[in-house]
Design a protein around this ligand. Structure first.
Ligand code: ADP
Ligand code: MG
Length: 624
């Protein structure tokens, strides 16, 4: 056994940094928290290259007395705790005294500060934890911290940094969480000399929310408030019509600290139960205040999770407050049509999993070889399946025609040439050959056809979705999906993380016919739109995609993403239950019915086709 050695302090700090400092966003969080603790009224944050080159935080807080400057960078040195018992009544954001030491050990750092009564400022520098002597400098009252070249001396960790956009997105999110938690503080954020946020101080939480997320969201906010003797809850939840595909817009603050809490997240979901489509999540900005003794904030390295003394009571308080609020608020006016099961089930979380499984075989063999080839040299990975057809989406507005003899329709007959289901003739597969020419549509949602051994009833939406999916896939792989340039590019305001995600996946989106460009702040410009989604609003499409692209934790594989997006687009473009079809359309769809019979369940997990055998019919009619 080798001897046991004490680790040198530099190594200890680097190890500590590993827990607290994951990426530039973590530095932003720690520095801004220090400024808040210092009582700053104004905090200016600037980043260069997503924060990996530079993070600067300037505040007008109480400052650090010149003789204590070196201590601020020492590990386990804090002005916020004196004794162990203080840990159970933490009122400040920081208390462990290790953030600055950790950051200093993995960056080049400059700290300048001037206390309230001091004539001039003092400056101290550190590179990889090696600190210079403090020297006087000119600086305004308050503290400035500059952190350059994060992870410069830990190359392995530097390699883990993602693109500038992604890191900027995370850093912006860290900033936004703090800015939401402290509306009375003036906050600004710049990235590469571009202004991202300018947030003047305000007493009005909704005003701060609006400046960050825009007026549309503010218009959907519903105020909530409840106080029991120890806990106060206040803030806003959004009308259910303003929902998201993930929980990232669920902001919860405890005593000024952004937290995640599984149980309270559950209470929120429970309150919205029945008001949101499956797989959609509420938007909330909730502030909890309670005496510091009622909560342990020292259970998580970055304090993202906390332990409540009486979690059950808190759960009931949140759920009860929201339920009462919803009961007394007219939500219906702006409610999404949750009755539309196509829309609802398109967001079914189980769906992605099933899709992936269905597609794995195909994707393994084909997508990987495709992803990095230039478009011009790309060729179809395999010939399209037999019977592959040129099929156009059906514009829903024109679905007023009735196939003669199927059902009585007295509406206008508008012929729409683009919705032909013209098949490339001659290569009808064995499984579709036994479909008789005339199929039948019933209740504007099912197709009925005779098959060799009975009768088959098919869900028209599921079948069309499946056909479009196959087509889209081939087109996307071939790089020739039609897209339409927008006459006027559409700006779309997204959350910081969403903006980073869509910009990060720009190239993938371009393959899907959606060209975007960053437009400053969290706004992106949509320049083009997939032709097959012509009847959809491009802003909605992008929002939906942004939702899918953003998930916490591991970034989705390119292959899964592409697959998800293709499915989303085919679902949107397919005929819906309720759309009336012409005979030609019915038959064109039925000729491709082998596609649903291969996979008996639609991506939403419902059956796509039911077969009634002749024997069964004979038995029912007592012919046997
Ligand atoms: P902690 O915040 O847990 O105390 P830090 O390592 O983040 O530990 O900071 C160490 C100490 O440096 C703080 O306790 C505080 O006294 C001082 N400090 C850091 N940043 C600032 C600031 N912006 N203004 C005033 N004092 C600061
Ligand atoms: Mg701190």
């Amino acid at each position: 056994m080798p001897d046991i050695n004490r680790l040198p302090p530099g190594v200890v700090n680097q190890i500590a940094a590993g827990e607290v400092i994951e990426r530039p966003a973590s530095v932003v969080k720690e520095l801004v928290e220090n400024s808040v603790d210092a009582g700053a009224r104004r905090i200016d944050v600037s980043l260069a290259r997503g924060g990996s080159d530079l993070i600067r935080v300037v505040d007008d807080g109480c400052g650090i007395p010149s003789d204590q400057l070196p201590l601020a960078l020492a590990s386990h040195a804090t002005s916020k705790l004196r004794e162990a018992d203080d840990l159970f009544r933490v009122e400040t954001m920081g208390f462990r005294g290790e953030a600055l030491a950790s950051i200093a050990s993995i960056s080049r750092l400059v700290l300048r500060s001037r206390g309230g009564t001091e004539e001039s400022g003092t400056e101290i520098e550190s590179a990889g934890g090696r600190t210079t002597d403090a020297k006087p400098c000119g600086c305004p009252r308050g503290t400035t911290l500059e952190v350059r070249d994060l992870f410069f001396n830990t190359p392995v960790r530097r390699k883990f940094l993602r693109s500038t956009q992604t890191e900027a997105g995370h850093a912006t999110e860290a900033f936004v969480r703090l800015a939401l938690a402290h509306p009375h503080v003036h906050f600004t954020l710049r990235h590469n000399d571009r202004q991202i946020h300018e947030l003047p101080p305000t007493d009005d939480f909704a005003d701060r929310i609006g400046r960050i997320f825009g007026p549309d969201l503010v218009a959907a906010l519903i105020p909530v408030e409840s106080t029991d003797e120890r806990v106060s809850l206040s803030g806003y939840v959004a009308n259910p019509s303003n929902n998201r595909g993930n929980t990232r817009m669920q902001y919860l603050f405890l005593n000024g600290r952004f937290i995640r809490d599984r149980s309270l997240g559950h209470a929120l979901a429970e309150a919205y139960r029945g008001l949101l489509p499956v797989g959609r999540y509420a938007v909330s900005f909730l502030m909890l205040r309670m005496p510091a003794q009622l909560v342990d904030v020292n259970v998580h390295p970055t304090k993202l999770e906390v332990r409540f003394q009486d979690g059950g009571r808190l759960y009931s308080q949140l759920l009860g407050t929201l339920r009462n609020k919803f009961l007394t608020t007219d939500l219906t006016a702006r409610l999404v049509p949750t009755g539309d099961d196509e829309v609802a089930s398109a967001h079914d979380p189980g769906r992605a999993q099933q899709l992936r499984q269905q597609l794995v075989g195909w994707a393994k063999g084909q997508v990987e070889t495709w992803s990095d080839q230039p478009a011009a040299s790309r060729s179809l990975p395999s010939s399209p399946p037999p019977g592959q057809l040129e099929l156009n989406p059906l514009p829903r507005a024109s679905m007023t025609m009735s196939p003669p003899g199927v059902s009585g329709d007295h509406g206008p007959r508008t012929y729409e040439p683009t919705r032909s289901f013209a098949m490339s003739s001659g290569d009808v597969t064995a499984s579709s050959a036994d479909v008789p020419a005339a199929g039948l549509q019933i209740h504007n949602r099912y197709l009925v056809a005779e098959s060799a051994d009975g009768v088959v009833v098919i869900d028209q939406h599921a079948l069309h979705e499946r056909i479009l999916y196959e087509q889209l896939r081939v087109k996307v792989l071939a790089g020739d999906l039609e897209s339409q340039g927008l006459l006027v590019p559409e700006p779309v305001d997204l959350s910081p993380a969403e903006a980073a995600a869509v910009v990060g996946q720009r190239e993938l989106l371009a393959h899907l016919g959606i060209q975007i460009e960053p437009f400053g702040g969290d706004t992106v410009l949509v320049l083009s739109h997939p032709a097959m989604l012509a009847n959809m609003n491009s802003v909605d499409v992008l929002r939906e995609l942004a939702d899918r692209l953003c998930c916490e934790g591991k970034p989705p594989q390119r292959r899964d993403l592409l697959d998800e997006l293709l499915h989303m687009m085919s679902c949107k473009a397919a005929v819906k239950a309720g759309d009336r079809l012409t005979t030609a359309e019915i038959n064109a769809l039925l000729e491709q019915r082998h596609l649903v019979q291969d996979a008996h369940h639609c991506p939403h997990g419902r059956p796509t086709a039911l077969v009634f055998t002749r024997q069964e019919l004979d038995r029912q009619f007592k012919r046997t």
